[in-house]
Ligand binder design. Sequence first.
Ligand code: BES
Ligand code: MN
Ligand code: MN
Length: 462
Amino acid sequence: MKNIQSYIKDHKQRFINELIDLLKIPSISADSAYKNDVLKTADAIKISLEKAGCDTVEICKTDGYPIVYGEKIIDKNLPTVLVYGHYDVQPPDPLNLWNSPPFEPVIKKTELHPEGAIFARGACDDKGQMYMHVKAMEFMTSTNQLPCNVKFMIEGEEEVGSSNLAIFVKNNQEKLRNDVILISDTGMIAQDVPSITTGLRGLSYVEVEVTGPNRDLHSGLYGGAVANPINILAKMIASLHDENNHITIPGFYDKVEELSKEERAEMAKAPFNLENYQKALNIEAVYGETGYTTNERNSIRPTLDVNGIWGGYTGEGAKTVIASKAFAKISMRLVPHQDWEDITQLFKTHFESIAPKGVTVNVKPHHGGQGYVTPIDSIGYQAASKAYQDTFGKTPIPQRSGGSIPIVSLFEQELKSKTILMGFGLDSDAIHSPNEHFGIFNYLKGIETIPLFYKYFTELSK
Ligand code: BES
Ligand code: MN
Ligand code: MN
């Protein structure tokens, strides 16, 4: 594409500065203390879309945080690309593990990012990746190279389940009508190994509460004679996996898609170094379901993980007590065909059934969503593949990811269009963790690759 490289060269510093300004606003959707900051971020996105050349931009109110919608329709007969992203971020906790404050972005060089990376919460997930699309749009409109229609839909509740976006999509099918949905909110294999995400896992997230005696008890006077909810909860959770790390909930695997030998062999071709993987995490061995590789365990296989567990005395010193209650938050990552509501029900029924007499169990479903797989023979995938070939000089590898963007399957269901996941982050960019960062190389490569997607998608649609 004419001039994209020189445009990036000329505007590089401004592109970085603008992203840094956006990263300074703590748009933490999970914490209501940051309400004004989340709203302020929506306003900033609106202004940036207007500057990038959208004809109309609106802040669409919802029962939660607003959706920023913008569009530029150049010709009704041309295809329409709908860009989705999110402007909300995860809470930065634990703060003491950050090397610099999460909302005071700094650029630092790392081993994988010799050109520097921006360190801040949301740098990669998803402000940085979402903003690549805004800058790609700016390039296309200001150089008269926008080949088709564009719609932007940037939400502020992805990290908390997108429930209001789901309603918005159902109620605005005509407005959101498109030929392909484009998202950068995933990753790629390595700086020199571009990949396109072809699958996302589904999710079922539940909270469990185990109640024993009606009050906290002296652990000497009552210990050994009544069920200790924390002991019981630990036992119940441990029983959810067998010795092969298979999940023991009856029916859990019934709908799991089994990949063919050929598909697994194809997957195994993706570059992966177990030693480096272990070294990066400082672990001596990996752990997981018998019979599957690490890459299979974290993409095509379902999982069950405790995300948090609490109860009893956790303050300084010791307190001899048997708590009345114990709690845990549990997530299950699901694969295509597993229905998240069915799985939530299976979990609830099973978890209640394994509770011994002497305790009561309450399972509270949180949010969830379906998994997603996209074919590689679609026009959208082919257009993305050609775009990466131009900018990386290599054919990107199709790769299923372990993460979830639940709204993607709803897009397909309601809007009847496929989503192309062009992610430019690295797994080591520490999304959701302390010291999240996004490589300057990745940011600029994204801005360079996106306009080519538009070009090829429009050409292939003819
Ligand atoms: N962008 C991530 C999902 C992701 C990251 C997918 C990397 C693939 C590769 C998204 O913001 C996210 O964190 N999703 C949540 C689910 C949501 C319902 C809170 C997740 O996967 O835990
Ligand atoms: Mn994200
Ligand atoms: Mn996220």
